[in-house]
Design a protein around this ligand. Sequence first.
Ligand code: FE
Ligand code: FE
Length: 326
Amino acid sequence: MSFSPEFGAGLWHFANYVDRFATDGYGPSLSTLEQIEQAARVRDLKYVDIPFPFTEGVSIEDIKLKLQHCDLKVIGITPEIYTGSYAKGALTNPCKEKRLEAIQHINDAAVAAEQLNASYVKIWAGQDGWDYPFQVDYRQIWQHATEGMKEIAQKNPDIRFAIEYKPREPRVKLNWNSAARTLLVIEETGCDNIGILLDFGHSLFAGESPADSAQLILDRGRLFGIDVNDNFRGWDDDLVVGSINTIELFEFFYVLHKNEWKGVWQLDQFPFRENHVEAAEMSIDYLKFIHKSINRLNINELEKAQASQDPLLAQKVIREALFSYN
Ligand code: FE
Ligand code: FE
């Protein structure tokens, strides 16, 4: 197999984090330009996903120059429609002005994406959902979200929009919480330029088999991007790739390989207490190992196992590939 994957990371991997207890943060605040410099220190990292707007005082021109200097490219632009100012939702906010503000913000992000030659604008609608029973009219939430996405996609026909679903956080329940619901909203918009960013960890957290979700999305031509990380399935822990769910990670990449998917293998991690650069390199090294293991996979035997739904033979084949174990 001649394909060799390229690696990317969300710039937040290199930012400072706060949580609801450590409101003083876990490290110094860095500007968008400083975060790009940190990303450039990661061996074999070629792409970044940049939150929009950039930190104060940073222009598109500054970003272009810094990327050029650091030899990095932009995979995605992520409009910040998940901050406190959208506490009751962005596209689904009960206030019409707020919904229009969100649409305008995403349109502005699309302009930045075009100028930075990004593959997509990522839509992560972390405030669009509900927290309590009876809080929202579900049909209305769904319609606002769907109509908002349709309006944005139609206004920017040359830009691709990748919806990243997740079951919860920060809202207790999120509107786009699974592969199936996200495919449904895309189908209802009828827009070719809306797809999915499949985050391996969100899929685990949603109780899915990420490989199954990948196949479902690929078969509908909607896989615009992926994020990788790991978690214990009870939360979006965003841990180092491969630290917990190795077998399912391997299955996920096997399905991508089988479908000849050639996108960027992108990290979405939050190394709160770790060295950010080391955490990224450790994940990239592991992803390279997964890639080599796919080359070692006895695909004929695996297909034989799947044809008869023989889980023991399948496990034997994958253990051989991953651990040289038999
Ligand atoms: Fe993600
Ligand atoms: Fe996440």
